[in-house]
Design a protein around this ligand. Structure first.
Ligand code: 5AD
Ligand code: SF4
Length: 418
C-alpha cells in the first residue's frame, strides 16, 4: 500500500509528517510522491495564516477530483486545520475519509492503519530511517497567546516531552546514521521537563557519540537567556544559527501583539549573540499591516531590518485568525498597503541576503553533507545555508567537508571541495 504525504506549514509539520511516514513504513507502507501512485493521500495542514488554509482547500479540491476517477483512494486530513475545523472539513469535502487534529497526532498512524484495514500486529522493526538529518519534537503547544496567533487555540497548552526519552530517541537516530538533529517546538527555548531546561537538554544531547550537529527552532525572544547564548558559543556541536522572530520593531505594535518584549530588548539580544558567537546567523519573522500599524510604525520595522541585517527574513501580511484577541481589532491597514509594505520589507531583506551570500564567495565553509542526488552533494553550513558541492561523491555523505564557495544565489551557495 502506497501513501503520499503533502505538508503545508512549519517545520513542526514537516517533522510530524516525517514521523508519521516512518511509522507507516513500519507497517509495510511505501512513500510515493505522485497522486497517481498513491492508495492513500495524507494532507498535513496549517492554520497560522488564511492563505495556508486556502492552499489546503484547493489541494483537497484537486484530491476530490482525482478520487472521482479513482474511487478506491483514501483521503486523510491532519494537522492544525484539522484540529480547528474538525468534521466541518468532511461536510465540505465529502470524499475525505478521516480527519485527525494536531493534538491527536500520536494516534494518527493507528487511525490510518485502521482505515486501510492493515493488521496492527504486523508492525515491522521500528525506526530504521537512515537520514543524515533527523527532526524531533521536544515540546508542543504554546502558552504565549500573541494576540494575532491561532497556535495556542489549535495546538493547545505548552507541554514538554520527557528529557530521557528525547535523549534515547536521539541516540537511536544517531545509531541509524543521523549526524544532525533538529530540535523542534513552537518555543523550544521554553522547554522545561522537571528540572531539565532547554540548555541542559542540549548539553545532554551533545554528549551522544557520533552526533555532529544540533539545531533548534523556533525561539521566543522573551525566553532567550544567557545560558542558551553561552551554550551556543561554547558547545561545538550546536550550530551557529538562531531563528528569532521579531515580528515588528515598533514598541506600540509589539505591545498590541502581546509579544512581551520591546525592540530595545530584542536589539540587546542580537548584540549579545553577535558578541559571543562570531559567525552567528540570525533569521526572523516579520508581520506587516497589523491593526493600527501606521506608516511610522512600519518605518521603524524597515529601519530595524536595515540596521540588524538578518541572515534571512520571513515576511507575512497580517491576517485575522479566529478566536485571537487581534481579530477583535479593526483590520484597518488596507490590503493594498499591506501588499506594498510586504514588498518593501521583502525587497530590502532580499538585497541584504544577496550581499551576505556574495561576501561568502571565495571563503572556505565547513559543511555537513546531507544528501547525494544527481551527482551533487547537498550540504549545509553551520549557519544553515544550503551548499551544493559539485565534486563530492556518495562516500562524502554524513561527513564534514571544507568547501570553497564559487557562486552564491540568494538561497543557495555552490562550491568545490577545498
Ligand atoms: N497573520 C500573519 N502572520 C502570522 N504569523 C502568525 N500568525 C499570523 C497572522 N495571524 C506569522 C508570525 C509567526 C509565523 C510562524 O507566522 O510571524 O512567527
Ligand atoms: Fe503563536 Fe506567539 Fe505562540 Fe509563536 S509564541 S506560536 S507567535 S502565540
Amino acid at each position: 500500500m502506497n501513501y503520499l504525504i503533502e505538508t503545508i506549514g512549519c517545520q513542526m509539520n514537516v517533522c510530524e509528517s516525517d514521523w508519521l511516514g516512518s511509522v507507516l513504513s513500519t507497517y509495510g507502507m511505501s512513500k510515493v510522491s505522485s497522486l497517481s501512485d498513491a492508495d492513500i493521500v495524507i494532507l498535513n495542514t496549517c492554520s497560522v495564516r488564511y492563505q495556508a488554509e486556502q492552499k489546503a482547500f484547493s489541494y483537497l479540491g484537486r484530491a476530490e477530483e482525482f478520487r472521482r476517477q479513482n474511487p478506491e483512494i483514501k483521503i486523510v486530513v491532519t494537522g492544525c486545520m484539522a484540529e480547528r475545523l474538525g468534521l466541518k472539513i468532511k461536510q465540505r469535502f465529502k470524499s475525505v475519509d478521516l480527519v485527525v487534529g494536531a493534538k491527536d497526532i500520536d494516534i494518527t498512524a493507528l487511525k490510518i492503519i485502521d482505515l486501510c484495514n492493515i493488521d496492527a500486529e504486523k508492525q515491522e522493526e521500528l525506526d530504521t530511517h537512515s537520514d543524515i538529518v533527523r527532526y524531533i519534537t521536544i515540546m508542543r503547544g504554546c502558552d504565549n497567546y500573541c494576540s494575532y496567533c491561532v497556535v495556542p487555540f489549535v495546538r493547545g497548552r505548552e507541554t514538554s516531552l520527557d528529557a530521557e526519552i528525547i535523549v534515547k530517541k536521539c541516540s537511536l537516530f544517531v545509531k541509524n546514521g543521523a549526524k544532525e538533529i533538529m530540535l523542534l517546538g513552537q518555543n523550544v527555548n521554553s522547554y522545561q521537563y522537571n528540572d531539565v531546561n532547554f540548555t541542559s537538554l542540549i548539553k545532554k544531547i551533545s554528549t551522544i557519540n557520533g552526533l555532529e550537529r544540533i539545531r533548534f527552532m523556533t525561539n521566543h525572544p522573551k525566553d532567550l537567556g544567557d545560558d542558551l547564548v553561552s551554550v551556543m558559543a561554547t558547545e561545538p556541536k550546536v550550530c551557529s544559527h538562531i531563528h528569532l522572530p521579531m515580528q515588528s520593531a515598533s514598541n506600540k505594535i509589539l505591545k498590541a501583539m502581546d509579544r512581551k518584549y520591546t525592540y530595545e530588548h530584542y536589539l540587546e539580544l542580537i548584540n549579545k549573540l553577535r558578541n559571543v558567537i562570531t559567525d552567528v546567523s540570525i533569521t526572523t519573522d516579520i508581520i506587516v499591516g497589523f491593526p493600527g500599524e501606521t506608516e511610522s510604525d512600519f518605518e521603524e520595522t524597515l529601519k530595524a531590518v536595515k540596521d540588524i541585517r538578518f541572515g534571512g527574513s520571513y515576511v507575512f501580511r497580517y491576517s485575522p485568525r479566529p478566536n485571537t484577541k487581534a481579530s477583535e481589532l479593526v483590520d484597518d491597514v488596507p490590503l493594498e498597503e499591506k501588499k506594498s509594505r510586504h514588498a518593501i520589507i521583502l525587497k530590502e531583506s532580499n538585497k541584504i541576503s544577496v550581499e551576505i551570500v556574495a561576501a561568502m564567495v571565495g571563503s572556505v565553509q565547513q559543511v555537513l553533507a546531507e544528501r547525494f542526488e544527481n551527482s551533487v552533494i547537498e550540504a549545509r553550513t553551520r549557519g544553515g545555508r544550503k551548499v551544493f558541492v559539485k565534486d563530492g561523491t556518495g562516500k562524502d555523505l554524513g561527513k564534514h567537508l571544507n568547501v570553497v564557495i564559487k557562486e552564491a544565489k540568494i538561497n543557495s551557495l555552490f562550491g568545490n571541495i577545498a
